[in-house]
Design a protein around this ligand. Sequence first.
Ligand code: FPP
Length: 225
Amino acid sequence: MNSATHIAIIMDGNGRWAELQGKKRVKGHEAGAKVVKNITTFCSNHPDIERLTLYAFSTENWKRPRLEVEFLMKLLNSYLKNELPVYLKNNVRFEPIGDVRAFSKQLQKTIKIVQEDTAHCDGLVQSLALNYGSQDEILRAMNKLKNTEGEITQEMFSNTLDCKYNVDLLIRTGGDHRLSNYLLWQAAYAELFFTDTLWPDFTPQDLEKIIKKFTKVERRFGGLK
Ligand code: FPP
């Protein structure tokens, strides 16, 4: 049986969820943040899950209207501040991935505080992908390695990426079937699950069902049975 050790999620559908209810798009992000909280708590109590990596803001999301970007930045900041005691209570270590240098000094400071204050936690690792894009991550790794003498090995390359761990199960909510520049290297052998459920409607029970299906899938990693 497979173990869903590292789960990655593309949390899509916040805007549509809000629009369906006649609300502004940002209300969908607010509802989405509550789901981040619930899913993280569920994963922190799950015996098999070691890592949860959530796509919170992509390198492409800067193209959204200025007010929506500003709202997302404020939401991230308040989410992290409010969640710090919850991370500590649930023994969750927070490890951001992505190039956070593009964020405001204030948000960078909050990210650093939560990362440092939870560094000793040895339960679930929750990574938020923040100003993250796989192509950007790979390019930054290549630039870090460009003066390396000799051949670059797969292990050296993996260890230079922001996210150094293979993904077992990659889920996308919101109905689209694409990877959107997310963990392209790390998802090389991931099982992919797509659901039409919009992120604000996604529940721990939905995740549990996907994990159950995943545990039964035969993974061959390029080999034979
Ligand atoms: C996609 O919905 C969602 C995002 C832009 C990123 C995810 C953001 C959240 C879950 C909220 C904040 C997160 C944290 C950690 C506080 P969309 O707007 O693309 O939805 P649409 O496809 O329906 O327009």
